[in-house]
Design a protein around this ligand. Structure first.
Ligand code: GDP
Ligand code: MG
Length: 372
């Protein structure tokens, strides 16, 4: 304990305050009933009664990361959650075409009025199982998010054009995925082209540790044509297979926490942020801290432009109601009441401002030295 009054200590020890005051007197400490005792005095008294002082573990509640660790520890109540997938690969190898192709063919159709929204992520269903795709460029998702310590991707699809083979950004993508310990599925794209040479792709990737199952390795290679929409079903089945092995779990019953996918200031709606719920369920009205800002979830829109009241694990939603614009990769956590959210949010904003000032001062000093 940081400090306790004589009365509080007496209560904890189930003794009369007068007895504590007497003991303190014997130890050479003159104290009144409301006097605050320091750690040493508390320990002396407790030792005298043969009681051990349990050290209070002080946690920094403003560090949002602790809420993620805490939810990893609470295994009870966890259920399966959809995988979150990013698509990576060299420029022009077909990432955007693949994302569009999956979206166009798989986003729940027949939902009249559902307008396709570009909120930076979308969810599809394959064989009754959901899969979430982040449509932020894979590299950005990895670099900015990982730089902030956020892990959002469960699995990455590496797109390699069969007529072009392994290129610099292919290797870069492999390195990012490996560093983040995210499993890779290779989509060998542009199989419709006469110049397609999938064997060459397999051969070249072997040199980077991605060995096909047929060749004695454990990497899944899926031949596709993103343009023609061929091989997509098989690719998605493979995604579900790898996800199943990963045993992805979350607890829909707890307060939501997750990561900002993108955010901007909208003229009419104010701060608009796409959040990926990673654990728990997010509700309209929830008091929330997002990065260095906070608020109450005013409205939520899903990936097909529908207003929703709640969003469970692995679901992307666009929210309004924040006091400021957060950054991609920022963590968010829902709190039990608005007061706590405001306190933590304001304290984080204060700390960030402080850091900025320190940074600025340093820069100015550096400039000064540069000029000397
Ligand atoms: P990104 O830079 O990786 O996002 O690549 P894009 O999706 O923009 O694709 C680059 C070019 O390749 C575009 O002209 C696409 O139409 C074309 N493309 C993508 N996938 C295929 C495919 O499966 N077959 C063929 N023939 N062309 C493709
Ligand atoms: Mg693209």
């Amino acid at each position: 304990y940081e400090s306790l009054s004589v009365a509080e200590l007496a209560q904890k020890l189930h003794r009369e305050p007068s007895e504590i005051i007497k003991k303190l007197f014997m130890l050479g400490v003159m104290a009144t009933i409301n006097q605050e005792l320091d750690q040493d005095a508390i320990e002396l008294i407790c030792a005298d009664y043969g009681v051990e002082v349990e050290e209070e573990i002080r946690i920094d509640v403003t560090d949002l990361e602790i809420y993620f660790e805490e939810s990893e520890e609470t295994v009870e109540g966890q259920t399966e959650r959809p995988p979150v997938v990013t698509i990576m690969g060299h420029v022009d190898h077909g990432k955007t075409t693949l994302l569009d192709s999956i979206r166009n063919t798989k986003v729940t159709q027949g939902e009249a009025g559902g307008i396709t929204q570009h909120i930076g992520a979308y969810q599809i269903e394959e064989h009754g199982k959901k899969i979430t795709f982040l449509d932020t460029p894979g590299h950005a998702a990895f670099t900015t998010m990982r730089a902030r310590g956020a892990k959002v991707t469960d699995l990455t699809i590496l797109v390699v054009a069969a007529d072009d083979g392994v290129m610099p950004q292919t290797i870069e993508a492999i390195n990012h995925a490996k560093a983040a310990e995210v499993p890779i599925i290779v989509a060998v794209n542009k199989m419709d082209k006469p110049t397609a040479n999938p064997d060459r792709v397999m051969q070249e990737l072997t040199e980077h540790g991605l060995v096909a199952e047929d060749w004695g390795g454990d990497t899944i290679f899926a031949p596709i044509s993103a343009l023609k929409g061929e091989g997509i079903d098989h690719l998605l089945e493979m995604v579900l297979l790898v996800a199943e092995v990963g045993e992805l779990k979350a607890n829909p019953a707890i307060r939501a926490r997750g990561t900002v996918i993108e955010a901007q200031l909208d003229r009419g709606r104010g701060s608009v942020a796409t959040l990926l719920v990673q654990d728990g369920t997010l509700h309209v009205g929830d008091p929330i801290v997002v990065g260095n800002t906070y608020g109450r979830v005013r409205a939520m829109i899903n990936d097909i432009g529908r207003r929703v009241k709640e969003a469970g694990p692995s679901t992307p939603v666009e929210i309004t109601g924040l006091s400021d614009v957060p950054q991609a990769g920022d963590r968010f956590v829902v709190f039990e009441d608005e007061k706590t959210a405001r306190q933590i949010g304001e304290s984080r904003a204060g700390e960030a401002l402080q850091e900025q000032r320190v940074e600025k001062t340093r820069v100015t000093l550096d400039n000064l030295f540069d000029q000397m």
